[in-house]
Design a protein around this ligand. Sequence first.
Ligand SMILES: Cc1ncc(COP(=O)(O)O)c(C=O)c1O
Length: 371
Amino acid sequence: MTRLSVPFGDTIRQYRTQQAELDAAVLRVLHSGWYIMGPEVRAFEEEWARFCGAAHCVSVGNGTEALHLALRALDLQPGDEVITVANAGGYGAIAARQAGLTPRFADVDERSHTMSPASLAAAITPRTKAVLPVHLYGRPADMDAIMAIARQYDLPVVEDCAQSHGSRIDGRMTGTIGQIGCFSFYPTKNLGALGDGGAIITDDAAVADKLRKLRVYGWDQKYHNAVAGGINTRLDELQAALLRCKLPLLDEWNRLRGERAEWYRELLGNIRGISLPETVDGHVYHLFVTQVHGGRRDALKQALAERGIGTEVHYPLPTHLQPAFHDLGYEPGELPVTERLAETVLSLPCFPELTRDEVGAVCQALREALA
Ligand SMILES: Cc1ncc(COP(=O)(O)O)c(C=O)c1O
């Protein structure tokens, strides 16, 4: 019997499900002669704001720039501190640095892998000026508790929703609970462009107005640099047109991701040696992240690779221990849960087009490798 190889991700499958529509959208833009800041971008911004239930959407070039400009729009002072998490790929910390701010880190909750409210409260100092939680892996962070702490200290909250498109908490979309929500449309995201893209949502008209200037050189009108800190970071017409084709399918794709998570749970229910992520309301399964116990994660990843199964580690080295953030002065052991999770997390293939047979093949390979 030949084994089924299963890729960790496969963007071409999604393209093929909508090929005619996507090809037509590309041609529409090519033939329009208008490639930057035109009708597709304006329409996508309206459609994304409506989908999210936000008053304003400002599109940008990628998710990191979304976070960067969101932090800039808060009018903080150089060196002011932003508290984020250290298990989410470091994008928030990079954005804080870009905005002239200092990243600090709260530990994460053992079960949710998102910001621990208790650790956030303990990390706040007089220098703290903003909070940046991440809805990691598609699971919403504990926004009730985080917002309560932020209100107590009068801190704005910027939500990193790069992995949580379409995730709702009690009917409210992630990204609309804090002051500003930031999205990446990197191709593998739940709503992915066919290139780079990003967006910022907010209900605050003044913040949206400032963001619109910051993304085009700080211009309030052509060739007039009104706002300091402006850069060039724009979603282009092609990507906006493609995202408009895909947006109507986002909720269904999220449902399919959830269904695949259920298949894993069904087929791996009593497995020993790994634990599966909890099901919670609003989880849109950008990633299906297991934990491998007994120090066997890297060996299991290798054994799965030998059986043709693609897996990933999100993320192997926590941000506070990365060489580029050494100057922040963190030592190993300071964020114990974050550091422990970095050694155990293993993401299994989980995307809307993954078949039941493929999930079965991943589970069979896992059982063999763990035996
Ligand atoms: C949690 C998180 N934040 C921010 C980003 C940055 O997005 P981008 O790659 O579009 O800059 C990503 C994705 O790469 C992400 O996963």
